[in-house]
Every structure is written in C-alpha cells, then in structure tokens.
Write a protein that binds this ligand. Structure first.
Ligand code: MN3
Ligand code: FE
Length: 299
C-alpha cells in the first residue's frame, strides 16, 4: 500500500468533522492520570465494609477490570481499518480512545492492588453471559476486521463495541456506581476516577454513533446488521446485569436491578433512534446531527 496524497498537505484537516471535535475534547478532558488518584480513604473505607458489600464491589470491579482490558486489546483492528481508509481525522481521535482505554485498565488495577489488595484470580465472577460477550463476541467482531474491512463488518464491530459493551454495560455500570458512592460519600478515589472515566466513555460512544451513522448514510441496508447484532447481544448484556443481582438479596448499598436496567435501556433507546435517523440521511446531515450532540455534552 502506498499513499496517493496526504490530507494535511492537500486540503488540510476537516476540523468541522465530529471526530475532530471529539479529539479537541479528548485533549482537554482525557488527560487525567490514574496514578494521581488518591486511594488512601478508599482503603480505610474498604476495611469497614461487610463481607457482602466487599463481595459486590469486588464482583463489579472484576467485570470493569476485564472489560477495560478487553476494549484495550480489541480496538486496534478498527483503528487499522480507519487508517487504511485514509480517514485521518477519525484516526487522530482513535489514538486518544485507545490511550484512554489503557488508562482505565491501569486505574482499576490500582484499585484492586491498593484498595482491595487482591492478587488472586477473579474470573469466578465472570458468568456465562459475561464470557459470551467479553471473552467471545467482542474479540470476534473486532478481529474479523483484520480480514474483512467491509462496511457490514465495521457496523457489526461498532455496534458490539460502542453500543453494547460501552453503551449498555460500561456506561450503566459506571453511572450506577458513581451515583451510589457519590451520594454516600464513600470510596472518594474510586468516585473521582469513575467520574473522569465516564466522560471518556461518552466521547467513545459518541464516536461509535457517528461511525455507525456514517456507514448507514452510505448504505441504509446496513440497518439489518445493526438490528441483528443488537438482537443477538442485548440479551447477553442484560443477562450480565441480571446475573449480578441474582447473587444478593437484597443487593448492598441500596443498589437495585431497575437502577441499572432502566438507565441501560433508556440510553440504548435514545442512541438507536439517533442511529436510525441516519438511514436515508446524507453524510452532511449526519455530521450536523452528531455535531449538535457533541456540543451539548459537557465533556
Ligand atoms: Mn473504558
Ligand atoms: Fe471506552
């Protein structure tokens, strides 16, 4: 493969494109350092917790931790496809995306090492639904891009990664965790880190909505891929949430199943409607619609 021309020395960067707006935001909000989070109060809080309270926190953290590792490991094939298509503005944003996932992986491992002080195997917390999604469906959809760069494969990859894994599970888990511990004033280091991490995730998901919309604007027939992937994976994602609550009666900290599923389905519905509007839209309309949403988001 050779370069026919360079974007920056022919027409220049398109700073109006949503990924460039997200790149600007990432340079401002995505530069926090997990190593600087102070976990000393979290450690003191941890030692006062009841065994079931520790159990649910360890369970959630084991899912957050492996999930962040999975998204760090599995993003690269998408970055490669975008680079090969010469979409410089998108690739520039994706460099921040991958770096942020690595930092999230780093962050949760610090919590396990310094707050929980746990060095053993946590994979017992990964239920069959979790395994099907994070050990199997996510790497399969992403690594398929190594040999299949088609718009259909890209759509399936982004729906799996951005809409299901990030949009339903990560965002919901972090939202509930943040809300509960921010209210009760416990685990301040974890709350601070998850607050920052939530902002990073909202940029990642915004990129996914843009990517899927861009693909749909070019070929409305890809809607079938969106629906098939959703129908296949949404039950697994909701299953992961259900599995968690099935272990407690009642769940500690006032956490409830509805708190998770209502938020997950609400966000999911909102984004599905957004993506659906790209069917039959022009690329300019997709750019304008995504841009409006990005400007509304605080980070
Ligand atoms: Mn992440
Ligand atoms: Fe992410």
């Amino acid at each position: 493969m050779t370069h026919a021309a360079f974007t920056t020395t022919t027409h220049g960067l398109r700073r109006d494109l949503p990924p460039m707006r997200l790149f600007e935001k990432a340079k401002r909000y995505g530069i926090w350092n997990p190593s600087e989070i102070d976990f000393s109060q979290d450690r003191r809080d941890w030692l006062t917790l009841a065994p079931t309270e520790q159990d649910i926190l360890l369970r959630l953290t084991s899912m957050f931790q492996a999930g962040e590792e999975a998204v760090t490991l599995d993003l690269l094939p998408l970055v490669m496809v975008i680079a090969q298509e010469g979409r410089l503005e998108e690739e520039m944003f994706l460099t921040t995306f991958l770096w942020e996932e690595a930092k999230h992986t780093d962050f949760f491992r610090r919590f396990l090492d310094e707050v929980v002080q746990h060095s053993g195997d946590l994979s017992r917390f990964h239920t069959p639904n979790y395994v099907a999604l994070f050990y199997q469906a996510l790497p399969a959809a992403m690594n398929a891009l190594v040999t299949d760069r088609s718009p259909a494969a890209q759509t399936r990859a982004s729906v799996t990664y951005n809409m299901i894994v990030e949009g339903v599970l990560a965002e919901t888990g972090y939202h509930a965790y943040y809300t509960v511990f921010n209210q009760n004033g416990m685990l301040p280091g974890q709350v601070k880190g998850i607050g920052l991490l939530k902002q990073d995730e909202s940029r990642h998901i915004a990129y996914g909505v843009y990517l899927i919309s861009r693909l749909l604007a070019q070929d409305a027939g890809l809607w079938a891929v969106v629906e098939d992937t959703m129908n296949e994976l949404l039950p697994l994602a909701l299953g992961v949430i259900g599995d968690t609550f099935a272990c407690y009666d009642p769940a500690p900290f006032g956490l409830t199943l509805d708190m998770f599923t209502d938020f997950a389905l609400g966000q999911f519905q909102k984004r599905m409607e957004r993506i659906e509007r790209a069917r039959g839209a022009t690329l300019d309309q997709v750019i304008a619609a995504t841009q409006a949403i990005i400007e509304q988001d605080s980070a």
